[in-house]
Design a protein around this ligand. Sequence first.
Ligand SMILES: *Cc1c(COP(=O)(O)O)cnc(C)c1O
Length: 440
Amino acid sequence: MLSGTQNKWEELCGMYQSMGISRQVYEFGESVAEELKERFQEIDRVAEYNQCKVLKAMQEEKVSEACLLGTTGYGYNDLGRDTLEKVYASVFHTQDALVRPQITCGTHALALALMSNLRPGDELLSPVGKPYDTLEEVIGIRESKGSLKEYGITYGQVDLLADGSFDFPAIRRAVHDKTKLVTIQRSKGYQTRPTLSVQKIGELIRFVKQIRPDIICMVDNCYGEFVETIEPSDVGADLVVGSLIKNPGGGLAPIGGYLAGTKACVENAAYRLTSPGLGKEVGASLGVSASFYQGLFLAPTVTAAALKGAVFAANLYERLGFAVVPDGKESRHDIIQAVTFGTPEGVTAFCEGVQAAAPVDSFVTPQPWDMPGYDAKVIMAAGAFVSGSSIELSADGPIKPPYAVYFQGGLTWQHAKFGILKTIQSLADHGLLDSDLRKK
Ligand SMILES: *Cc1c(COP(=O)(O)O)cnc(C)c1O
């Protein structure tokens, strides 16, 4: 007869089997999850710290029931909006913040930060290599209407060294009289370089400030929020910028972006977002404030769930014999996990698995398609409550060598786990794994 504990395991395995996961895949997952207990404890510790940080900010800023209501029209005296911006400033330990549904996405938030804090004749410098794809057109690296380049703002770039470290001598040479703003991207995005830890970002900011203390140091914080107990604004960043349909929205924000930083930087951005003279005074919150607050409240634990998923995926895929970045043991500074398949079939099978695990649109089969701004077809898997949300379980991969897939999100650890097991089942079902679940 089975013992009580065994019965419970059987019950769970049975549930997984009823959802298309074989006993073999389930048991493989269990054996790896078992080894990750300590790692997960550390992730939970960070989440606990950040939960307190967010709660403390909400209490100190006296978030009230009235803050959850919305305004329309001009949105003068929007208590919810103004208090939320104070809460963000408190969480990021900055003088001020701009947190708005009128900021449509991460790229918009970053463009806003750059366009409002740079003037014709200024130079923007990226000391960490090429920025995120969508920023190429904002900056004018790729020609586009309304780019910084069109407004006479020049751009300089210093690549990271081969080992991922900063090229300090080259950065020193690249900083000159016109350098006004340095942009530092925390996450690797779709590149193979390592993601920067907050501590590393701090070293870079100190170096830049030693050359010229008046240079604005901005951090693209996308996917990095709440992964550590400190944020780039704790190590000298003048401005941190991100998207609310990633980590800080906690899966509940239906739109939005944030900027947190010095009074001067945030004021410039507010004047640009609305109008000179109006700034932060206008901008109706239209009833989304409640989801912004609740999303921020959940963000530390949602980020932790996504992180556990990323660590779990790295360890499983490493064992299957695939190259993963970061590897199973590395410390994490964002929630993105890359897995290299080496074949288009691998990328497609993985994305089919993620899609099949979704709460929404689980019955559709993702197809590679030509996306604006990309030079190869891209396949995307997302069955999200918020369209395009990448704090929810999602994956995408360009159909070109090295045939890598980028995986992120998961509003709960249990869902992230199920999704990852589903990808392995999908690979097995497509005949891409042998009978021992190893890469063929
Ligand atoms: C997602 C992301 C962006 C852009 O955000 P969107 O919301 O997709 O416009 C910019 N930088 C990094 C590092 C990102 O991960």
